[in-house]
Ligand binder design. Structure first.
Ligand code: ZN
Length: 163
């Protein structure tokens, strides 16, 4: 009997992610499969929903609307601030990416869109905000999470995670 993907499953998938124009945005090709803890918010909500109930060996193609992926593009996310806010940065230029702490404590990427004298226009939207995502997925394996993984809220099978 195969284990179905549900809360507290550790799931390993190979995937290809494209936008509606068919451009490949991300893929597990040539690298290790993506491993995540199901039900812990490790991946975007739409993908978690699509994978629920699937089993090892299953393949699926799913289109996820922006709202269920990285969110809609928020107009308020694009704003103009004073150059003085970039303390310690010698030359602020369009295209630069900064990391800032959002009010909720999460790390937020800020892209400089335009610099006009002392006025700097920034975009705090996720690069994939407003983009519908098309996933082509193959489920590589499904297993129950260990007690430690559940305590940590993530899988310990992926690389770059050592404790
Ligand atoms: Zn951990």
């Amino acid at each position: 009997m195969s284990v179905l993907i549900g809360k507290n499953s550790v799931v390993s998938v190979n995937y290809k992610l494209t936008d509606d124009a068919g451009k490949v945005l991300d893929s597990s090709d040539g690298s290790k499969p993506m491993v995540y803890l199901h039900g812990a918010g490790n991946i975007i909500p739409g993908l978690e929903k699509a994978l629920a109930g699937k089993a090892e060996g299953d393949s699926l193609k799913v289109r996820i609307e922006a709202a269920e992926a990285y969110g809609e593009l928020i107009a308020d996310g694009i704003k103009t601030i004073e150059k003085a806010a970039f303390e310690g940065v010698e030359a602020v230029e369009a295209g630069m990416v900064f990391e800032a702490k959002a009010p909720d404590g999460a790390t937020q990427e800020i892209v400089v869109v335009k610099v006009d004298g002392d006025a700097v226009t920034i975009d705090t939207n996720h690069p994939l905000a407003g983009v519908a995502l098309n996933f082509d997925i193959k489920v590589v394996s499904v297993r129950e999470a260990t007690k430690e993984e559940l305590e940590h809220g993530h899988s310990h099978a992926g690389d770059g995670h050592s404790h």
